[in-house]
Design a protein around this ligand. Sequence first.
Ligand code: AP5
Ligand code: MG
Length: 230
Amino acid sequence: MDVVILLGAPGAGKGTQAPLLADRLGIPVVATGDLFRAAVRDGTPLGLEARRFMDAGRLVPDDITVRLLLERLGRPDAADGVILDGFPRTGVQAKALDEALAERDSAVCAAVLVEVPEEELVRRMSGRWICRAAGHPYHEVSSPPRVPGICDLDGSELYQRTDDRPDTIRARLAQQLGSLDEVLEHYRGSGVLRDVDGLRPIMDVATAVADAVVAAGLAPRTGTTGGAAR
Ligand code: AP5
Ligand code: MG
């Protein structure tokens, strides 16, 4: 099972890059933020619980998040590998992932950090719109949709995330950057961490991410997923 991790602060561009890399590698994206947002939308007990933390800009507790991720990794479409967007977010989550992969005689192939300075993160999140159907991200200045309010890829309506309000953006950055450092330390220790400059245009970042993954020994598969699986 090939597991590639996209790491970065809130708003760094993980969700923008993940489907582009998925198209290249032919494995699906698993994004814990998208899984939580789907649970919130469906009004499940998990969604009600997660929402309290998301709206406060805090991380959802590790036990809930690890259970959700492992359940998703057990589905058939993840058998060959996945690109993880937004997981792991703590040292505990990183260790739980290592253990689950070791049980399958596997390990994380590459962890790619998309690096963006904090003032740019605020600009990116406050101008972001995402689509209802699949969470495809747009930005009102740097990457607007062709038709205002409509997703170029699937035609669904665009909306602004409740956690992209200015006070919640500040809370997310204040509360989550410390645990990102913990995760970076974990992968620096295991020798799979690579970083790319996330300030460049989207397609340049995509090339740098793909180069980092190829340098880690992963080759593109034939056929694509379309990058839409979540
Ligand atoms: P999640 O959905 O994962 O949010 P996040 O990590 O805060 O990251 P974002 O989705 O905000 O940013 P992104 O890096 O995907 O950026 P994007 O590509 O959209 O998590 C949400 C919440 O769920 C968390 O706060 C937490 O509560 C909970 N949660 C999720 N996972 C968890 C876990 N593992 N443990 C515990 N809790 C968890 O890009 C941002 C904007 O920038 C867009 O407008 C885009 O168009 C634009 N942009 C992207 N790239 C570029 C570029 N190169 N140049 C110019 N603009 C760009
Ligand atoms: Mg995202």
